[in-house]
Design a protein around this ligand. Structure first.
Ligand SMILES: NC(=O)CC[C@H](N)C(=O)O
Length: 361
C-alpha cells in the first residue's frame, strides 16, 4: 500500500505503508543512530515527533522484551528507508513492523531518508504528516493545522500517574526522588547499580512529597519554556540545599531555575555519536543526544546566579551548544546529553558516580 509524507513547506515523498495504516502528525526530526531503534521508539522524549532514521536498514534484530525504555512506543510516526523483512536475533520476540502495527504507530518505508534529512538540516525541524489514505493536498492542510513543538507542554501526557520505586541492587546507599518528566528506564537502573533506590514521582510532585537524599530531574518531551512547575520545584530543591542531578529536559529545567533561558535549535541533536567536551577535565566523550532545545548560558568560568556561581561544564564540539551546567556553590549539576546511554556509548557513565559522590559529600 502506498503512503505519503508531506512536510509543512510542501516537500512530498512517496513510499510504502509501514506499521499501522492511517495518519500520523508531529515534528519531523532525524535520528542518526546506527543502533538502538527500539530504545528510540520507546523514549518518551519523542512524544509528538515523527522520527526519520538515517541508518538505511531498520529492524534487523526485531524487537525484544528487554530494550523498551518505557511502557509503550512514543514516537508519533516512523520513517525508514529499507525495513528488515526477516529479523534475526537470539533475543528477538517478533518483528518491528508488527510491533508498530500493534501499537497503532503509522510509519512509512522506501523513503530517501538521506534527502529528507538534508532537507531538514537546511530548512530546520518542521511539522510533518504521513498518511495511507489522504490526498497530498488534504494531508498538507492537516499538517498546517498541527501545533508547533515550540510552546508545547507535553510532560503531563507522559509522566507516571502513581509513584513507584526501583530498588537499589546490593547494599542500599542512598534514596533519590526522580521527578518523572518522561523518564527512561535505564536511568533508575544505572542508579540502582550504585546502591541507589529511586522513588519515581509524578511531574506534579511538590517539595513536600520529597523525602529523599537527593533529587533527579529526568528527560522529557516538549518545550522546556513551558515547564514552570518543574522549574519552581527545582528552585525549592536548591533553596533547601538538596543535591540535584538532571538529564536533558532536566538540564533545561535546572538552567531555567538558575535564571538562564532556553531556545529551539534549528534541527536538534538526535543520535548516539556526538562529541562533548568536559570543560573541567578537558576530556572528550562520545555521547547519546536527543534534544531540540538548549540552554542559553554564558561561557564564563563563573556566572553569578541567585544560587551562587555556575559554569557551563560541557559543550558539544559539533556546534558549541551548551551540554551541561554545574553549580559551583551548590550540590547541583546536569547534562543535556544521555549518560544512561540507551541506546548509546557509555563514555558518560561516570556522571552517575559523580552524582553519588555529590550526595555523599
Ligand atoms: N530528551 C529530552 O529530554 C528532550 C528535552 C526537550 N524536549 C528537547 O527536545 O530539547
Amino acid at each position: 500500500m502506498t503512503a505519503l509524507l508531506v512536510l509543512e513547506d510542501g516537500r512530498t515523498f512517496e513510499g510504502e505503508a509501514y506499521g499501522a495504516v492511517g495518519e500520523a502528525f508531529g515534528e519531523a526530526v532525524f535520528n542518526t543512530g546506527m543502533t538502538g531503534y527500539q530504545e528510540t521508539l520507546t523514549d518518551p522524549s519523542y512524544h509528538r515527533q515523527v522520527v526519520v532514521m538515517t541508518a538505511p536498514h531498520i529492524g534487523n534484530t526485531g524487537v525484544n522484551d528487554e530494550d523498551d525504555e518505557s511502557g509503550q512506543i512514543w514516537v508519533a510516526g516512523y520513517v525508514v528507508r529499507d525495513p528488515a523483512r526477516s529479523p534475526s536475533n537470539w533475543r528477538s520476540t517478533g518483528g518491528l513492523a508488527d510491533r508498530l502495527k500493534k501499537e497503532g504507530i503509522v510509519g512509512i518505508s522506501g523513503i530517501d531518508t538521506r534527502a529528507l534529512t538534508r532537507h531538514l538540516r537546511e530548512r530546520g525541524a518542521m511539522r510533518v504528516g504521513i498518511s495511507t489514505t489522504l490526498s497530498r493536498d488534504d494531508l498538507l492542510a492537516t499538517v498546517l493545522e498541527q501545533p508547533a513543538m515550540e510552546g508545547s507542554d507535553l510532560v503531563g501526557e507522559v509522566t507516571t500517574k502513581e509513584p513507584y520505586t526501583v530498588a537499589a541492587e546490593g547494599e542500599h546507599r542512598f534514596t533519590v526522588a526522580a521527578i518523572d518528566l518522561g523518564i527512561k528506564r535505564n536511568t533508575p537502573r544505572r542508579l540502582a547499580a550504585r546502591g541507589v533506590t529511586t522513588q519515581v514521582l509524578p511531574a506534579t510532585a511538590t517539595i513536600d512529597d520529597i523525602s529523599a537524599d537527593a533529587v533527579f530531574l529526568s528527560n522529557g518531551p516538549g518545550d522546556p519554556a513551558t515547564a514552570d512547575h518543574a522549574v519552581e520545584l527545582t528552585k525549592q530543591v536548591l533553596d533547601r540545599g538538596i543535591p540535584l542531578f538532571g538529564i536533558c529536559f532536566g538540564n533545561q529545567i535546572l538552567g531555567r531555575a538558575l535564571g538562564f533561558g532556553t531556545y529551539k535549535l534549528k534541527y536538534g541533536h538526535h543520535g548516539i555519536n556526538s562529541p562533548v567536551l568536559d570543560r573541567v577535565t578537558g576530556k572528550v566523550e562520545v555521547t547519546a543526544h536527543n534534544h531540540g532545545f538548549a540552554v542559553d548560558a554564558p561561557r564564563d568560568r563563573r556566572s553569578e546566579t541567585p544560587y551562587g556561581g555556575v559554569e557551563v561544564s560541557h559543550v558539544c564540539l559539533n556546534d558549541d551548544v551548551v551540554e551541561g551546567v554545574r553549580c559551583l556553590d551548590a550540590r547541583a549539576f546536569s547534562v543535556q546529553y544521555h549518560p544512561e546511554a540507551a541506546a548509546g556509548p557509555h563514555d558518560a557513565d561516570y556522571l552517575f558516580n559523580r552524582f553519588v559522590e555529590v550526595i555523599g559529600a
